[in-house]
Ligand binder design. Sequence first.
Ligand SMILES: Nc1nc2c(ncn2[C@@H]2O[C@H](COP(=O)(O)OP(=O)(O)OP(=O)(O)O)[C@@H](O)[C@H]2O)c(=O)[nH]1
Length: 490
Amino acid sequence: MWSFRRCLNTFTQESLKRWMHHCVRDTIFALSSGHGKCGVAVIRTSGPASQKALHLLTKWQSLPPPRQVKLASILCPRSGELLDRGLVVWFAGPNSFTGEDCCEYHVHGGPAVVSGVLQALGSLQMLRPAEPGEFTKRAFQNGKLELTEVEGLGDLIHAETEVQRRQALRQMSGELGQLYQRWSQQLIRALAHIEAFIDFSEDDNVEEGVLVAVDEVVEKLRKELEEHLEDNRRGERLRDGVQVVLAGATNAGKSSLLNVISQKPTAIVSSIPGTTRDVVEATLNIGGYPIILSDTAGLRDSEDPVEREGVRRAKARVGEADIVVAVIDVSNSLLSKETLLAYLKSLCFSLQGDGPRSIIVALNKVDLLSQESIVTIEKLCQECELPPVCLLSCHTGAGISNFLRILRDHLEAICGDPLQGGPSITQTRHRHHLTACLDALGRYNVHRQQDLVLSAEELRIAHRQLGAITGRVSAEEILDIIFSDFCIGK
Ligand SMILES: Nc1nc2c(ncn2[C@@H]2O[C@H](COP(=O)(O)OP(=O)(O)OP(=O)(O)O)[C@@H](O)[C@H]2O)c(=O)[nH]1
């Protein structure tokens, strides 16, 4: 009793309220399908009062069998007016998405029906509208989903291309979470062994061999983590969109190429050199891969401060690009065949910068060349060591499908197939915690010979970093291992 009172005194009113809120769960409801007119809308409830709400809206005396669709007249609980005839699915907790009692009302998707049913649910005292993401939050809190699975679900909802969808589905399957969970368990075990050695080695004969085994586990884990992090950020690139930048001299046809690829007049095209001043972006799907395609200001020296700023931004964008498309006006009479080649090489070199980025050369305006010149240029490019070169025309469309095929190949090389190999890191958040975990394992090695307590602390930090990714960290886990592995006090 004393400790309970002391405990109560340390609670602020606010934290007590939060604690009470956690213990006594509200029942929440929301429209789970998209907004706007549609054939069928799905409204969900989750929480202990879902059953009562179902009874009040249908007047059914008993619950329908769980997970089976049943036709129902959905009524206003106050007036008894018919709101709609729809389908109802009952999910008895814990066998539901959130782990709580849930009910789904599949009603006609007109605004009046949807708002009628939402109002009916809102009129019940024990229900309140759900906050954004609250159904999924409850699924996480009730142990139905790991954090990485929650993120996968979010990505699936936002997936705009089929390759993004594949990656999101794979993450939702829990594979990434399971990998981190496995590493996490290895760390807990290693930590438990070190702690046992520190605390009990003198009395209970915990042998030196225990520490050697821990070293081996840590080393193996360090290598696995390093490999996992050396993935060229393919998962994040696929999730956020690959940065493709169109760069080159003024009037080369960068804006025209952006418009041709995006199939709409996104950027202004004109024969006046220096028309594009700022970066113009279009988000596109190229063969299932998401890209953010940027048109940039033509690269040239200028006295005009606005144009100079445009060129600065263009260079900065090239610096951040995953793929740079070097656009060149191949009809430019100033470029002889030889100077074209020298120009191409120097442009590719300057665009390459210090990053390992891909370059594609787009020789535009071939419609202005004779067939003979085209053949000569093609031969010239084949003989030299250049990035892939596409001859194309934004005016006639010649060579555009070949350019898109090459672009797609580059995207595939960068992002890979999310269904092949190990699961990818998809979020900067994961990378941050994994890097911190790896750093801690490196420090473990530094402290290991001098100070066992400090090296144990580094394992604890590494474990916490992994736990931050999956959302599961518990000191109890360490105690469990200590007792199960060492049977202390027997
Ligand atoms: N004949 C021909 N003209 C083209 C082609 N592509 C673009 N042009 C023309 O070239 C001029 C410049 O095109 P833009 O697309 O504005 O070139 P840009 O590289 O964005 O130019 P800046 O804004 O100066 O950087 C326009 O008059 C276009 O119509 C092409 O394939 N063939």
